[in-house]
Design a protein around this ligand. Structure first.
Ligand code: DHB
Length: 370
């Protein structure tokens, strides 16, 4: 669906989705939009529901050693973030696409790609009919498990973390006004939200954890232990969703081969700490849209030629931040006493030095879009 941003930039596009419409709309994914991504969605005319339903956040809490320290994004960077679920962004993109009367095919199967080096040809089946498409350029926004990356000769850079996140959605008023990232001896915890009545929370767990092994009581008890501070009261409610997310950093470079350009998860994924996945995908697509515009409007392929290098410079900074947030907040089973002291010292530094706090804030609200 990210391809719709290309159309918003004035490029004729056909979007193929292997997923089905209801599946996309029901997905509950990350939910923090960077400040410049909010501006870009506004510019693309996609901001109405986001501003009506999203929750602007001007800071976040970092909890360690039993105390919460606030990082004030506004004071440190002049920017804020927007808490608005990824599935809501997808809904807005689908609605805009439907309104544009441009083609959008859900439930495509047997998708194949040929001749990406020169004149890309796509084959796919939709509603039982086999189709063939000749494309000028292909934006491969087909996710980590899509087919496009396989058509780009690349080097893969990879890190798999020895833990996952157990995530829940609960019908409960958020227990804090802002997100709280917690470093606890028993493991990481995150307090987030989706609305004034829905709380989103995560607990570090084993990568292959069975969510069914977690009764509601066990989840609430673990959350209240890991999030405990003086005066904090965890608000509980009906748990409506439970799932385990594995944690991985991955980059494929380059992100281009011939007329095929990778964007988002098809080229790179991050562990969720810091909420960079969707933001990073949108940053790619905005860059690609500008490059495609220059090509179609002026026959100028300079930006297309440099797309991969330019995108990867930002991608790697986002990778660094997501890896760093993950390293800072999680319990690593192999860590010795020295490692744990260094982790605490870094948390202390980030929350007591303005330079340290600003570096976190600058990355969290989002680096400039290239
Ligand atoms: C959420 C997810 C994240 O990974 C994060 O860092 C912050 C918030 C969320 O789902 O709300």
């Amino acid at each position: 669906m990210l391809g719709h941003l290309l159309h918003q930039a004035g490029i004729d596009t056909i979007i193929l989705e292997t997923r089905s419409r209801p599946h996309i709309e029901n997905r509950i994914r990350a939910g923090v939009l960077e400040s410049r991504v909010v501006d870009a969605l506004d510019d693309a005319g996609l901001g109405i529901r986001m501003h009506a339903q999203g929750l602007p956040h001007h800071g976040t809490g970092l909890l360690f050693g039993g105390q919460t320290h606030r990082i004030d994004f506004q004071a440190l960077t002049g920017r804020s973030v927007m808490v608005y679920g990824q599935h809501e962004v997808v809904r807005d993109l689908v609605a805009a696409r439907d309104a544009s009367a441009q083609p959008l095919y859900f439930d495509c199967s047997d998708v194949t790609l040929e001749d990406t080096g020169t004149a890309p040809r796509l084959r796919f089946t939709h509603a039982g009919v086999a189709n063939e498409l000749e494309a000028t350029l292909v934006a491969g926004c087909d996710g980590f498990h899509g087919i496009c990356r396989g058509h780009v000769p690349h080097t893969a850079y990879d890190r798999i973390y020895p833990f996952g996140w157990l995530g829940i959605l609960a019908d409960a008023e958020p227990s804090a006004h802002e997100l709280v990232y917690a470093n606890h001896d028993r493991g990481f915890a995150l307090l987030s939200m989706r609305s004034p009545t829905v709380q989103r929370m995560y607990l570090q767990c084993a990568p292959d954890e069975d969510p069914e092994a977690w009764s509601d009581d066990r989840i609430w008890s673990e959350l209240s232990t890991r999030l405990a501070t003086d005066g904090f009261e965890l608000r509980t409610g009906r748990i409506t969703q439970k799932g385990v997310t594995p944690m991985r950093s991955f980059v494929a470079a380059p992100m281009q081969h011939g007329h095929l350009f990778l964007a988002g998860d098809s080229a790179h994924i991050v562990p969720p700490t810091g909420a960079k996945g969707m933001n990073s995908a949108i940053a790619d697509v905005l860059l690609l849209a500008r490059a495609m515009q220059a090509w179609f409007a002026r026959n100028d392929d300079t930006l297309l030629q440099t797309y991969s290098d330019t995108a990867l410079r930002r991608v790697w900074k986002v990778q660094r931040f997501s890896w760093w947030m993950t390293t800072l907040f999680h319990r690593f089973d192999g860590a010795n006493a020295f490692d744990r002291q260094v982790q605490q010292a870094e948390l202390d530094y980030v929350t007591s030095s303005e330079a340290g706090a600003r570096a976190l804030a600058e990355n969290y609200v989002g680096l400039p879009l290239t």
